[in-house]
Design a protein around this ligand. Structure first.
Ligand code: EPZ
Length: 420
């Protein structure tokens, strides 16, 4: 297992290119199943989660090629309609094959995702949505076993705004008979981009970018090629890295509009930010001011930036509160930040943070993707040496993070092969 060894205290300066979005790619890949031909996803990030999704689709008969961040998927030869536990246990997003398999083949056997590092993440909305579209669903042996001659359009109103359930039901409904209306649909850019991808395959969807999606089912879809949107969470992580280390950094290949909640909060901390169509420059102040955030659905402050913000507030010039309304217990990074000298108290779904003058390096353990990002960030500003263990969590969602950080002046090394 790899670890990162970081010598903190260097301001980050320079420019960094942002990769394609993990959470868009993980939806587009199963969506390609609907085409029955060759789709090309340009700007695909080289991530462990993309490799995991590729292995799952290949096990169904999809042929996949990845070259120069162009992922080519040929779904003409699909002959298996199952997502086994072995794949799904590695990555919850595997459930995204349910909608496309049901929509195109009328059958699917998908393992239930099981537990997650930070608590319950049910898939009841996915199952209810498929049932409303007329699928017969059985839950047995830890599997969702679904069948439908042809799905039928229906009205679906989600109790909770869910990224995954919106995407899955939309992918099922595009080949259903008749019209489906999804109310309280998720607005996340990855879902809007998925809808645009489906339309470029010949789907008929109205209300894209709103909470009401109207989908007129069609008989067949065709392949397409797209440029995947940039990863707003990777971008947000680098903005916080610049703010934390007191540097000046330019991000290229971003969509600033996808980060407006994060940008606004960074301005409140005293950072100066300027942006163009596809670039953001951040200039950090001498000392970060404390700013509360409440993680919420898009366009609110993203829960996937909550841990990184907690690390920033750990060295702010005063107290702040970070609340998460999406995942009440997504705070596994806090005990590790406290090991680095942070002063944080957890109260239900809120962290009360009293900023300290400095953090001190130590060995810390990654528990999940964004928690490990917050430990890297804290290590960049901590005195002495920080060792972040089990960085395989990071490799799931950040492409070449250590070389990108080194190019900005960070002292970070990947050390392989030790057991911890
Ligand atoms: C997506 O997960 C992202 N993953 C997550 O990013 C992100 O944290 C999350 O959306 C919220 O923005 C991918 O896109 C692959 P949800 P998803 O369904 O789809 C409840 C990262 O770090 N819910 O929007 O699983 C659920 O428990 C990852 O990149 C139900 O109750 O999230 C949660 O409280 C981590 N029943 C809320 O809805 C359901 O059937 C939002 O979850 C589904 C969800």
């Amino acid at each position: 297992m790899d670890k990162f060894v970081i010598h903190g205290g260097r301001p980050l300066n320079g420019s960094v290119a942002i990769s394609g979005a993990k959470n868009a790619t993980l939806a587009l890949m199963p969506a390609a199943l609907l085409s029955g031909g060759v789709c090309r996803l340009r700007n695909t990030p080289l991530l462990r989660d993309v490799t995991t999704m590729s292995a799952l689709l290949q096990s169904m008969g999809v042929s996949i090629d990845m070259r120069d961040n162009i992922l080519t998927l040929d779904t003409a030869g699909v002959n298996k309609y199952e997502a086994p536990y072995e794949h799904v246990k590695k990555m919850r997003a595997s459930i995204y094959v349910l909608g496309p398999l049901l929509g195109r083949f009328g059958k699917a056997k998908v393992s239930m995702p099981g537990g997650c590092a930070w608590g319950p993440r049910p898939v009841n909305l996915h199952i209810e949505g498929m049932r409303k579209l007329g699928a017969e669903i059985d839950l047995k042996g830890g599997y969702i076993v679904a069948e439908a001659k042809r799905l039928k359009g229906a009205k679906i109103n989600f109790d909770v705004s869910s990224v995954g359930a919106t995407g899955n039901v939309m992918m099922a409904a595009v080949l259903a008979q008749g019209t489906t209306v999804i109310e309280n649909a998720a607005l996340e850019p990855e879902i809007t981009f998925l809808a645009e991808f489906l339309v470029s395959m010949g789907a008929s969807i109205d209300g894209i970018g709103t909470t009401t999606l109207e989908i007129q089912g069609v008989d067949a879809l065709h392949p397409t090629d797209v440029d995947t949107i940039p990863d707003r969470i990777e971008a947000g992580t680098f903005l916080v890295a610049a703010a934390l280390t007191g540097g000046t950094v330019t991000l290229t290949g971003v969509i600033p509009g996808h980060l407006s909640a994060v940008i606004r909060k960074l301005e409140d901390t005293g950072c100066r930010l300027t942006s163009t169509d596809d670039m953001i420059t951040i200039i950090a102040p001498r000392r970060i001011s404390p700013v509360d955030v409440t993680a919420a659905v898009y366009p609110g402050f993203p829960t996937d930036m909550q841990a990184q913000w907690t690390a920033l507030m750990a060295v702010a010039s005063g107290a702040s509160v970070v609340t998460d309304t999406i995942y009440a217990d997504r705070f596994k990074h806090i005990p590790e930040l406290i090991r680095l000298g942070a002063d944080i108290e957890l109260k239900e779904n809120a962290a009360v943070i009293r900023g300290v003058d400095h953090l001190t390096g130590a060995k810390v353990m990654s528990t999940d993707l964004r928690a490990s990002a917050s430990l890297i960030l804290a290590g960049l500003v901590a005195e002495n040496t920080t060792e972040v263990l089990r960085v395989y969590h990071l490799d799931r969602g950040y492409e070449r993070i250590e070389s990108k950080l080194r190019a900005l002046g960070a002292d970070i090394q990947r050390v392989s092969g030790e057991e911890f």
